[in-house]
Write a protein that binds this ligand. Sequence first.
Ligand SMILES: [Zn+2]
Length: 507
Amino acid sequence: MLRQKYRMTDICPPSITRSSCSSLWRALSNGWSKFLQNIAWSVGNGTSIRLFDDVWIPSLGPLYAYTREPHFASLNISITDLVTEEGKWNNTAPETLFTDQAVKHFHNIKCPNPLDGDDRCIWRWTPKQCFDLKNAYTKLAESFWALKQSIWPIIWHLTVPQRIQLFLWMAQQQKLMTNVERCRRNLSNSPSCPICCNHAESILHTLRDCDFPKQVWSKILPEPLVHPFFSMNINQWLPCNLSSNFLHHSLVIPWKLIFASFVWKLWKCRNNYVFNNDGASEAEIIHRSIAWAKCYHSNIPPLTGKPVQLLSTNPRWIAPKPGWFCINVDGSISASSQLGKIGGLVRNTEGDWIVGFTKTTGISNILHTELWALYEGLKLSWDFGFERLVVYSDCRQAVELLNDHMAGSSSLSLVRAIDRIRRRSWITEITWTSREVNRPADRLAKLADPLDFSLRIFNEPPLEVTLLVDNDKSTPLERNPHPSQIKSSRPTGNPKNSLTLILKKDS
Ligand SMILES: [Zn+2]
């Protein structure tokens, strides 16, 4: 509506400032340059994207910073100028224009295609390339966060309820509403302690130095801690006690849990007394605090032991039903080079090898690499003329994205392209499978040559996967049930295991 009102025809103009406008539009104009820094292009037909000046490789930014010769950056060319007549990236142009590092990112971007529709603006920083308020806030605020405060992990790793963690955090930030703080905010005239009336009611006074807490602490404090305990300032007192693993001699509980339990109870007790005139005795506070500390201590999960087994069944490859073919695809990221590698294999209902592929996709994230595997797998299967195809991937996120009814308008160009392939005149199902079952595809992906960005086809299984394929073939094969039966026939109880969608012929 605002775009219409202000006649904003460009998707992403450099400025949206107008001489006369509403206060909303003015606010948008003020933040526009900051907003633009977080926006990138998702490649469709490529016609809107300038090769050097626009951000279309989200992790790199504008490519003028990566040219081999500085004067290249002044060339006014579109990314479509690097596409051949066959619709593929020009083999030599990227290597001529850009540094080796940039070229590795380049091959992760899907080539523009006139059928892919207009280029789209996307949020640059999330794997799904969708705007996310949390991520936007992080990008705006992270430069002035005090990330290195050592008290953060100390408090947030304590095995106490979240409300106590929050209370400790407020105390550390000196935000507890004591009379000193209320005076500072002009909410009160007197900072003095309403109980002893002798001192200002600061956080330390409330939790340690007033008569009542002082007596409580002196009854519970282990002897070696007494002197330092009462001599520290607030910035030392909380971190020091909350990180102490000193085992209380009679309770056999780490001191930090006892301490957290006591400060919380003392704070609650004081509030109850001041606002409700309802006090508690020292004995009651000590008894309750220790009981809770024991409870927190016994709730700590054991550090060792077997992880919980989620699937009780023995997962194995399921053969497609007669008349169908199946393809298992997988993608992985090399830990050293960050290059994505993909692989996949097509089998028939008897488990026979039909065709396989591998490819290196460029520097990428795992979701994008898995989508590449699905894209290349589907393209190859279409070229082979299969009419019915089940696709197995072990990436739940990718399967969900592709089975979403809005896949055709996704921010991710690969999702849009896959959706377009699926709408051709054939029937495809995309289904999640476990990693264990997907091992042949995983092994194939790892065979991809990191120096070769072209697709490599295998008409026979490579030696490294022969055994895995034979193994799947030799185990009794279970026919892939009709999609409508999948939910009731799988005993795992997880409905996400049967994510499946059939796209009917539309032409
Ligand atoms: Zn007092």
